[in-house]
Design a protein around this ligand. Structure first.
Ligand code: PXL
Length: 280
């Protein structure tokens, strides 16, 4: 067990199994204290629902931060997910400075796009600002779509070559991030994986799992949360990346066959496996 504390900035989508409603239980299950900073409150997430409510909490962020600062509260890691506005991206640097311990980590999941499209409400200006934020991070967790958008690269979701992936990794490292965890890589049918790249040493490692064919909203958030929890529990990047990948595959498998459950994955059923792998 660790006494590490992670603060995570992302929205509360009340219903929909994404962002804070998955980050809090998953990181907590990893045995890591999880402090939440909600960026917005939505009735549901924006992928596949219509007519959802959206309360922007941008204005609340400085007050929360300043209160923590005045109480001398500091965290080991700031992990950001879905952010609702460019102003929120700008607050991340302030948060890092004011409420993260010296030597603490900034983990950025640029949760803004998937499968070749930006999520509803985001535009090129947001992508460019997110790329700058990624440049200041210790670890970034883009999927292929986010990686291509942030580096102005061609997007090849399938049939990509190793050269394509290493090219993307170098461009992502060129933004300034120290380590890149690139998700959604596939070099052979039926297998999908992540690349773990160290910008300074250019060391590249992969972890592949079976590719489960199922629509899977919120899996990026589950992945980033499990990765962060495992890392804070003392695992190295490639081990944390592998544990998170196995967890997401199991969550997707647990959801298959339920026609009424398309909005997210049943990650709750995979939590025992996550805890077991962590203690292995
Ligand atoms: O899963 C990423 C995510 C998080 N939060 C909100 C979203 C999405 C993806 O669509 O809409 C509000």
């Amino acid at each position: 067990m660790t006494d590490k504390k992670v603060v995570t900035l992302q929205d509360i989508s009340c219903m929909g199994q994404c962002s804070l409603t998955v980050a809090l239980p998953i990181i907590s299950a990893c045995g890591v204290e999880t402090i939440i900073l909600p960026s917005a409150v939505l009735s549901t997430h924006t992928g596949g629902f219509t007519g959802y409510t959206f309360r922007d909490l941008t204005e609340d962020i400085p007050g929360i931060m300043n209160h923590w600062k005045s109480e001398n509260i500091r965290f080991d890691c700031l992990y950001t997910g879905y952010l609702g506005s460019i102003t929120q991206i700008e607050y991340v640097g302030e948060l890092k400075k004011n409420v993260v311990k010296e030597g603490g980590l900034l983990i950025v999941d640029p949760a803004m796009a998937d499968n070749g499209s930006l999520y509803y409400g985001f535009d090129q200006a947001f992508v460019e600002r997110m790329a700058q934020l990624c440049g200041t991070a210790d670890i970034i967790l883009p999927n292929l779509t986010e990686a291509a958008f942030m580096t102005g690269s061609e997007l090849k979701l399938e049939d990509h070559s190793e050269e394509y992936v290493t090219g993307l990794l170098e461009k992502l490292a060129g933004l300034g991030a120290k380590k890149v965890i690139l998700k959604g890589i596939s070099y052979e049918p039926g297998k999908i994986g992540v690349a773990v790249y160290d910008s300074a040493s250019k060391n590249l490692q992969y972890y592949f799992t079976e590719k489960v064919n199922a629509s899977s909203h919120g899996t990026g958030d589950c992945y980033a949360a499990a990765f962060t929890g495992a890392l804070m529990q003392g695992k190295d990047e490639i081990t944390a990346a592998a544990i998170a990948a196995d967890f997401v595959v199991e969550s997707i498998k647990q959801t298959i066959g339920d026609e009424h459950h398309k909005y997210g994955v049943k990650f709750e059923r995979a939590l025992p496996m996550l805890v077991k792998e962590l203690n292995h």
